[in-house]
Design a protein around this ligand. Structure first.
Ligand SMILES: Cc1cc2nc3c(=O)[nH]c(=O)nc-3n(C[C@H](O)[C@H](O)[C@H](O)COP(=O)(O)OP(=O)(O)OC[C@H]3O[C@@H](n4cnc5c(N)ncnc54)[C@H](O)[C@@H]3O)c2cc1C
Length: 286
């Protein structure tokens, strides 16, 4: 099946886009997590979201989920590892599956921080951003996971069922809850290098050699996610319709630039969905 719209990301931008797509009777897939967004979950006190004068991130998340449930909007719990522009549609890689959509809305949030030295060069050559997609390449092999939030533990646990060994580097304070065969190391990764077929990971405590290293951030850089997409640093330039340089590809929320705010993200998600609807309607007319 080909959807009208694929929405990537379950922060306020993606959720608002999904709500608008639903109201405009388009078929769509919303890809992300029932956790929604770490940036929503973690907020201590929010005082500038219209209609909710003083709420915690947890409360805002509950309100968002209740709204989705009331509209019977389902979240496909997965991570998009790559998007391919196919001409008049897009193909999205979700784990081992491919999903097709006429238009896409990128609502992935912004990637803060740079990649590690050596990381970009080793991407696809020992470094991966998706354990569910690439775990089978490392059957019986020695692997490491650098996890930027607790939700990445699920991917590490999945990898541990397939790989020979998994070392987990948590990049957050909470104690990871992982299967016994996953070793947790509280070391700070510094850089990557290639040694033959292996990856050498240098940390603040020394060097370790792995067959594969999975770097699991909340979002991967937009240019890596969608080859051919124009970017400006961590951001994606858009016009007032939230259109990117690729026909049928729209972006919304933190990804499009400052200010980083819930209301701006939700507003842009709404505009992006309306623009995607017009794009699809025009294609159908043509
Ligand atoms: C601690 C904290 C407090 C804040 N307080 C406020 C405040 O009081 N008021 C305010 O207005 N703003 C506040 N902000 C800013 C606000 O959180 C962001 O502006 C907002 O969350 C951006 O929404 P978004 O939808 O663009 O992206 P995000 O909320 O970052 O959501 C993007 C989602 O997409 C998912 N995703 C990324 N890549 C993929 C992929 N390839 N496949 C599937 N899913 C993917 C991510 O995992 C994430 O869940 C705060 C931020 C933080 C961190």
């Amino acid at each position: 099946m080909r959807y009208d719209i694929a929405i990537i990301g379950t922060g306020p931008a993606g959720l608002s886009a999904a709500l608008t797509a639903k109201k405009r009777n388009k078929s769509f897939i919303l890809i992300g997590s029932r956790h929604l967004s770490v940036k929503v979950e973690k907020a201590h006190l929010i005082q500038n979201y219209l209609g909710l004068p003083s709420v915690s991130g947890e409360e805002l998340k509950k309100a968002f989920l209740a709204h989705l449930d009331a509209e019977q909007i389902a979240i496909t719990e997965n991570r998009v590892s790559q998007v391919f522009a196919m001409g008049d549609y897009y193909a999205l890689q979700l784990g081992e599956d491919i999903v097709e959509a006429t238009a896409i809305i990128l609502a992935t949030g912004v990637v803060t921080g740079k990649t590690f030295p050596g990381e970009d060069a080793l991407l696809g050559r020992g470094v991966s951003y998706c354990a569910t997609c690439d775990a089978t390449l490392y059957r019986g092999k020695d692997t490491a996971v650098i996890g930027y939030s607790a939700k990445e533990e699920e991917e590490a646990a999945f990898l541990a069922e397939i790989a020979g060994s998994v070392v987990y580097y948590p990049m957050y304070k909470e104690e990871p809850a992982l299967p016994e065969n996953v070793k947790v190391l509280r070391e700070k990764p510094v850089s990557f290098a290639k040694d033959g077929r292996k990856v050498v990971l240098t940390t603040d405590a020394g060097e370790a050699v792995y067959d594969g290293v999975f770097v699991l951030r909340d979002a991967i850089s937009p240019g890596t996610l969608v080859p051919g997409l124009e970017t400006e640093g961590a951001h994606v330039p858009v016009d007032r319709r939230m259109a990117t340089n690729l026909p049928g590809c729209f972006a919304a929320g933190d990804l499009t630039g400052l200010p980083y705010q819930y209301a701006k993200a939700a507003g842009e998600g709404n505009v992006a969905a309306l623009s995607a609807v017009s794009y699809i309607d025009q294609l159908k007319k043509a």
